[in-house]
Design a protein around this ligand. Structure first.
Ligand SMILES: [Zn+2]
Length: 473
């Protein structure tokens, strides 16, 4: 604790409590206040996000821009003073959307354009030529399985179950609908259909198709699968009631290529007291290839980088080793997260390194509300006891929940690391998610900065207060 008091003496002149407004702040409260001051007064998260989204752009795994983002991330980590920066190689899928993604409904001789885009990983339409078929609507994979084969064969299946609007947790609403996107094409093909149209994963009624991952199965034909906007999906469902024989023409020329070697970009700041105990924090560098991956997950990347900058600016000396990880390939495979966890398993088995905690920011750059905690009972209680420290910043949700896809595979470690996911307000996240609107302009500078400060405060508290595993064996 002495090092913190020294730091506060040095930076005291910059903080509000030095002016007598909040004279009672001491210890953790004072250091956390200093973290927020640094993020809000001299933050670089917003400018870093501008560079990532505007200078580089979207960053699909395997693409040149993902390579560019890896170089950029290494440069920022080095510039912020990480002790060492390296790339952990990961083989990632390579897929391109192509130049054509169009669909039209044909009703009584009239053509109506529909807003569609390929789901990530989809094959194109056969021979990249237009495919024309009748449409059958279902609300679930289960419903599709109950239909007579003759009513599905040769058709396009419209998966049209909306995200549940009454769930306050929008992530849960997403989770409740996204099986249609991930497994719709396989289910459609197994039922004899020629393709799938999937209602976009958003609460918004908009004309934007929202893309996302879908997967094929080896024993099943690969049929094309496209996201259709919510407005078009609802319109098509209405038209089907009056015109059950209407046809949709779909044309896409996306395709897959051999895997590419990219990697997780890692910056390490070595611990002073417990260097063999590792705290991992991160977000994912890859994004979908429409929009700019600003909320998903440019925000998490610049949050992660900002934690290093803030703690360095405050003269902090970490007790443990802190790893800043810019994961690759969260969106369509999570191979970055899996590779990182496999290495951690190896380290646990063969070295004295112990991965004691992991944090992720991958829920957008919105105003922070709290954390999702994924840990054993004791560390969960410890983390919850910090809630009053965050009250001054309107951060108060300390709930159990999944901490993040990239760090998820670390759960399998023994002992299990304490995991925390930054939990921003999620009400508007899916307005932007995986769409052309996930751009820099839709991230609010101050909300982004508050998220970075909240993330940094959690890293600081874990470093200071998580009980040590003791000397390595
Ligand atoms: Zn994400």
């Amino acid at each position: 604790m002495r090092s913190i008091l020294t730091i506060l003496a040095v930076i005291g002149g910059l903080t509000p409590f030095a002016h007598g407004q909040s004279p009672e702040l001491t210890g953790d409260s004072a250091f956390i206040r200093a973290i927020y001051d640094e993020a809000l007064a001299r933050g670089e998260a917003h400018e870093n996000l501008r560079q990532l989204t505007k200078d580089i752009g979207h960053r699909l795994s395997g693409s040149q821009s993902a390579f560019d983002a890896m170089d950029w991330g290494q440069g920022v980590l080095e510039g912020y003073g990480a002790d060492s920066v390296w790339v952990m190689p990961v083989r990632v899928p390579s897929w391109t959307r192509g130049t054509i993604a169009q669909a039209t409904a044909h009703i009584d001789g009239t053509e109506y354009p529909l807003h569609v885009t390929a789901l990530g990983g989809s094959v194109g339409t056969p021979n990249d030529a237009p495919l024309r078929a009748q449409v059958i609507q279902v609300k679930s994979l289960e419903q599709l399985r109950t239909l007579p084969r003759a009513s599905v064969e040769g058709r396009l299946v419209l998966f049209n179950r909306p995200m549940d609007p009454v769930l306050i947790n929008t992530g849960a609403a997403y989770g409740g609908a996204v099986d249609q996107r991930g497994r719709g094409a396989v289910a459609a093909a197994q039922a004899g259909a020629v393709g799938a149209l999937v209602r976009s994963m958003t609460h918004a009624l908009d004309t934007l198709p929202h893309t996302g991952a879908m997967y094929y199965q080896e024993d099943t034909d690969s049929v094309p699968s496209a996201a259709i906007s919510t407005v078009d999906a609802s319109w098509l469902a209405n038209q089907l009631m009056e015109h059950p024989d209407l046809e949709v023409m779909l044309e896409m020329n996306c395709r897959a290529f051999p895997d590419v070697e990219q990697g997780n970009v890692i910056g390490e700041w070595r611990g002073s007291e417990l260097p063999h105990e590792i705290i991992t924090l991160g977000g994912h560098l890859d994004s979908w290839d429409i929009g700019e991956g600003a909320h998903d997950d440019g925000a998490g990347i610049v949050h992660t980088l900002e934690v290093l900058r803030i703690l360095k600016a405050l003269g902090y000396t970490p007790r443990r080793t802190i790893r800043f990880v810019l994961f690759i390939n969260e969106e369509n495979g999570n191979r970055g997260g899996k590779t990182y966890a496999a290495r951690a398993q190896e380290d646990h088995a063969t070295t004295e390194l112990r991965y004691v905690a992991a944090l992720e920011s991958d829920a957008g750059g919105f105003v922070p509300r709290g954390f999702r905690i994924d840990a054993a009972d004791e560390p969960t209680a410890l983390i919850r006891s910090w809630s009053p420290l965050f009250e001054p910043y309107n951060v108060h949700q300390f709930r159990r929940g999944g901490a993040g896809v990239d760090i998820g595979p670390l759960k399998a470690l023994t002992p299990r690391p304490a995991m925390m996911g930054l939990s921003p307000d999620g009400q508007r996240y899916f307005d932007f998610h995986h769409s052309s609107q996930d751009v820099f302009e839709n991230v609010h500078k101050r909300e982004l900065e508050l998220g970075a400060a909240t993330f940094a405060a959690a890293v600081y508290l874990l470093d200071q207060h998580l009980p040590s595993l003791g000397k390595a064996d």
